[in-house]
Write a protein that binds this ligand. Structure first.
Ligand code: PEP
Ligand code: CO
Length: 444
């Protein structure tokens, strides 16, 4: 039933989770404008990431993908972006120093504005309004005006993505990212804890090693002054993704140039659905989230559609089962993919299968469930003869209280203190760093 792929061929398929706009004329005009704006990334960068992911899948690097569940327009500011970058760089340093492997840093950033929702409407006190679908679609306030899908927000989201990636690029290019000055990545609120002391010790031995190598080689190590940083978001809003799809000037096909790595969410990965149709034709490396409803033969079929040439680095499978269910789901999937000799990169999202609601109705995740799922993922891949080559986390560089447990042992009471996420709960700085040390341990 294959049709010829074009950037709009998905429109003949069923598209889940799309907003319903009331002014089609306005939508068309905005999409046209969007299509004429400069891209946010280039096809060369996208190709470079695909190459690096191919390397990671064979055991030569590890992927650290993380950021907010959903970015918000309000958080598009220097402090918030800096903190996210700091925590990801600090985590990557822990992984590199402790596991002696290269790390590919990918933010859920500069475009992570569209959210799938379990219900299309939300009711409060007898009032029913459309669900909040992310700042690219509508606003989170509970009024009719806030919740009306507004096509203008497509442009506002693209502009904020551009502002964000511009700042990230400037920071990655030197000065801030210089490994000779790790104090640039310090966060002002960090307490003196065993975790923070462990990180400081790691920095000291790293500085010693750098000084030693520079003395021996007689030069300053130039490549230590910058870091590579890639962007990713869930490619959910298909009219938007189509508008930012461009034909490569070298005739290598169509690229989504709003991000390096778009992924398909667990709710929109139907084999005959619109998202799979759109994603199969773009040249970017892509991700697909897989949850408990995925069957082994279905996964093999899906991989063959999304990566027909079996190209290394093209496809990242991000599994998210939950600490309790991973052991009954992952082994068969890993085994089937391995037996079919399909080239994929396996990554673990220990967040989305571990959501729970407290007695007070707060959506949270327990740190212990998250760590348990990570440990199980390493073990199961090891037993299956496959390799876990990446981690996918929802985290923030802020001192929030959204997930239970961790180094400060946050309780349900603590969640009320500083819970800021509009959608899923994120690891705070301390919890994220603890996870980095845990992963590094597992990688060894
Ligand atoms: C997400 O990554 O925020 C998300 C919605 O995940 P999933 O598609 O795995 O449910
Ligand atoms: Co989420």
């Amino acid at each position: 039933m294959s049709i010829e792929w074009t950037p709009e061929s998905w429109q003949s398929r069923l598209a889940q989770q799309q907003p319903v706009y009331d002014d089609q004329q306005q939508v068309s005009e905005i999409l046209r404008t969007l299509g004429q704006l400069p891209p946010l990334v280039t096809a060369w960068e996208v190709d470079r990431l695909r190459q690096q992911l191919a390397d990671a899948a064979t055991g030569n690097a590890f992927v650290l993908q993380g950021g907010d569940c959903s970015e918000s327009f309000a958080d598009c500011n220097a402090v918030s972006i800096l903190r996210k970058l700091k925590v990801l760089i600090q985590m990557s340093l822990v992984l590199i120093c402790r596991s002696h492997q290269k790390v590919i840093r990918i933010g859920r950033i500069a475009g992570q504005y569209a959210k799938p929702r379990s219900a299309s409407v939300e009711s409060r006190d007898g009032v029913e309004l459309p669900s909040y679908r992310g700042d690219i679609v509508n606003r989170s306030g509970f009024t009719e005006a806030d919740r009306r899908p507004n096509p203008d927000l497509l442009l506002r989201a693209y502009e904020r993505s551009a502002l964000t990636i511009n700042f990230i690029r400037a920071l990655s290019e030197g000065g801030f990212a210089d490994l000779h000055h790790p104090e640039n990545w310090d966060l002002e609120f960090v307490r003196n804890t065993p975790g923070s002391r462990r990180y400081q010790e790691l920095l000291e031995s790293l500085s010693d090693a750098i000084r030693f190598m520079e003395v021996v080689s007689g030069t300053e190590l130039e490549q230590l002054t910058r870091v590579d940083f890639f962007t990713s978001h869930e490619g959910l809003h298909l009219l938007f993704e189509q508008a930012v799809t461009r034909t490569d000037q070298r005739n290598r096909g169509s690229y989504n140039l709003s991000t390096h790595l778009p992924w398909i969410g667990d709710r929109t990965r139907a084999i005959d659905g619109a998202h799979v149709e759109y994603f199969r034709g773009i040249r970017n490396p892509i991700g697909v989230k897989i949850g408990n409803s995925m069957a082994a033969d279905e996964l093999v079929d899906l991989i063959r559609i999304l990566n027909p040439e079996n190209e290394p680095g093209r496809l990242t499978l991000i599994h998210r089962f939950g600490a309790e269910r991973i052991a009954s789901h992952l082994p068969q999937l890993a085994e089937s993919v391995r037996r079919a000799r399909l080239n994929v990169l396996w990554s673990c999202d220990p967040m989305h299968g571990n959501i729970q609601t407290t007695r007070n109705g707060i959506k949270t995740r327990a740190f212990d469930d998250i760590t348990l799922e990570i440990i199980s993922a390493f073990r199961i891949h090891n037993e299956a003869g496959t390799r876990l080559s990446g981690i996918h986390l929802e985290l923030t560089g802020e001192d929030v209280t959204e997930c239970l447990g961790g180094p400060a042992n946050l309780t349900e009471l603590d969640l009320q203190r500083d819970y800021r996420s509009q959608v899923d709960p994120r690891l705070n700085y301390e919890q994220a760093m603890e996870i980095a040390f845990l992963i590094a341990e597992q990688m060894k």
